[in-house]
Design a protein around this ligand. Structure first.
Ligand code: ME8
Length: 522
């Protein structure tokens, strides 16, 4: 019999797969980073994680971009997809797989899903006459559109729509409204945040139209089985990537039984409808389980303006990393804005966070504590004497932090999870000031050693906790404290694995220097 305790719980998390029509920008980086932080957190918290990202390569939008670049679509996709892979490297993303919808494994998978929908009686042939936005790859009803003074029709997203008339296969989405509503009712946390859930529920309550799921006026897509004049609608194709990557259509072996249904599809609010309405309907129709959760995060603007090529304000992730540092960029994006809300990126806000939370609070704590230990305790973790109430209170705060952090991570409140860790940092800094170990050095060296022990142990726990968001700083702090790689996961938090007195402590190099450009301006 298998030892149940040895089997780790599984966790499958996905980013959207990004269109290869453009270079990666801060928005793509944001979603991917959020997933990376969650994936790292879950691994450290004892889960077997499968973390997927990739690129969405079919459809009219990509075909048009390839034409504009003067390239054959596949060659164009190869080139742009590589830019996204490069972004993963630049941001230290720990994805386990990178899927491309032009891969053979995916074509097999989507065609299989199509057949399942057909066997369920949910596909019929008809013809589509209506509005389509290539930019969104989405169909819109006339009631959703607004007309500009010069007569153009515009979707709620701001994308221009065009009139399309063509033979098309349809998915009987209208028949799924009640079952979707029952599903949302039975799974109240399927869509988060709650306000987004309410929007989706009222959209579905207002009635669903059948969905056109094939196109005939271009051919850059997966051919419809048995009718190659049609290519599949790019969203049916794209959504299926999440199953392809765990081995679908093979459902009895490999990754599928372990990782499907996915635990979390992380998406931007722009594509929630596809994930929270169409996707569960397709899956239920095919007799497959819908994912456990879809979280829709908010939208970034840049210095108060919408990001756009024409404004020339598109922020490239690599540039952010080069200017501010990787851990700094990761921390800022996930701490600055309540996760789920819209946010604005500004240089001033970035510098404020770096010099505040990172340099003054975490960096300074680490620097003060470890350099005092290094200098005043013979370069070793000191042995503590009897503990006072203040010592116990700080240790307890550190020991119990993981419970509070986990609670926030479980609902993807990433900003609150980080804030919880930083309350320990704040308490530790206040404790340093109150205990004044530099005074104790002369007056009561034994008490100084106890204080520094309590602080070093608190820094150990903080270092373990910050690893998901600032992996390099976390590793550097744990290296300084001589913590072995296998002793850095969350099961070492609390009092089970206290720092051993006598452990050598190196002279610390600054973990988070202040951002220099601001100093020069001050
Ligand atoms: O929609 N702020 O791909 P896409 C925050 N291929 N997030 C942003 C953002 C911004 N300003 N801009 C983009 C697609 N994003 C489809 C997905 S999934 C089966 C198919 C992020 O390249 C956000 O996650 O247009 C958004 O949902 C995604 O990029 C859209 O990426």
């Amino acid at each position: 019999m298998q030892d149940a305790a040895a089997v780790k719980p599984s966790y499958y998390i996905t980013t959207p797969i990004y269109y290869v029509n453009d270079r990666p920008h801060i928005g793509h980086a944001y979603t991917t980073l959020a997933c990376d932080v969650i994936a790292r957190f879950k691994r450290l918290d004892g889960h077997e994680v499968h973390f997927l990202t990739g690129t969405d390569e079919h459809g009219q939008k990509v075909e048009k971009s390839a034409q504009a670049a003067g390239l054959d679509p596949q060659a164009f996709c190869d080139r742009v997809s590589q830019n996204f892979r490069d972004m993963m490297g630049a941001l230290d993303i720990t994805n386990d797989d990178f899927i491309r919808t032009t891969e053979e494994r995916h074509v097999t998978s989507v065609q299989d899903l199509w057949r399942k929908l057909q066997e369920a009686g949910d596909i019929y042939l008809g013809s589509y006459a209506g509005w389509y936005a290539v930019r969104d790859e989405a169909f819109y009803g006339e009631d959703e559109l607004t007309k500009t003074p010069d007569g153009r029709m515009i979707a709620p997203s701001g994308a221009e729509v065009e009139w399309v008339e063509e033979p098309s296969y349809f998915f009987r989405l209208s028949a799924w409204a009640d079952r979707l509503l029952a599903f949302y009712e039975a799974n109240p946390d399927f869509i988060l945040p709650a306000q987004r859930r309410n929007e989706v529920v009222s959209f579905v309550r207002s009635g669903l139209r059948d969905l056109s799921i094939s196109r005939t006026t271009f051919d850059w897509g997966v051919p419809v089985p048995g009718d190659p004049e049609h290519v599949m609608y790019v969203w049916l194709d794209a959504l299926t990537n999440y199953m392809t990557a765990v081995g679908y259509p093979e459902t009895d072996s490999g990754l599928y039984p372990r990782f499907w249904p996915a635990d979390l599809h992380m998406v931007g609010k722009d594509i929630l409808r596809f994930h929270a309405v169409y996707w569960p309907a397709f899956l239920m129709s095919a007799g497959l389980k819908p994912p456990k959760r879809v979280f829709a995060h908010g939208w970034w603007t840049i210095e108060g303006q919408k990001m756009s090529k024409s404004l020339g304000n598109v922020v490239a992730p690599e540039e952010l990393v080069e200017t501010y540092g990787l851990d700094q960029t990761r921390y800022f994006l996930l701490r600055e804005v309540p996760f789920g809300n819209d946010g604005d990126f500004s240089h001033a806000a970035m510098v404020h966070r770096i010099n505040g939370d990172l340099a003054n609070d975490l960096g300074n704590l680490c620097q003060r504590v470890l350099s005092m230990v290094h200098k005043n305790c013979d370069g070793q973790v000191p042995a503590p004497g009897p503990l006072t109430d203040a010592d116990t209170a700080l240790l307890q705060k550190a020991d119990t932090a993981i419970g509070r952090v986990r609670e926030q991570m479980d609902v993807q409140a990433l900003h609150k999870a980080l804030a919880e860790v930083w309350t320990v940092v704040g308490d530790a800094n206040r404790y340093v000031d109150a205990q004044a170990p530099w005074v104790l050095r002369k007056s009561d060296p034994a008490r100084m050693r106890t204080v520094l022990y309590v602080l070093a142990e608190t820094v150990r726990q903080i270092a373990i906790l910050v690893q998901p968001v600032t992996p390099r700083a976390g590793a550097a702090m744990l290296d300084l404290l001589g913590i072995a790689p296998e002793a850095r996961s969350f099961d070492r938090l609390g009092d089970v694995s206290r720092l051993a007195p006598g452990t050598p402590v190196d002279k610390p190099a600054p973990i988070f220097p202040r951002y220099q450009a601001e100093e020069a301006a001050e």
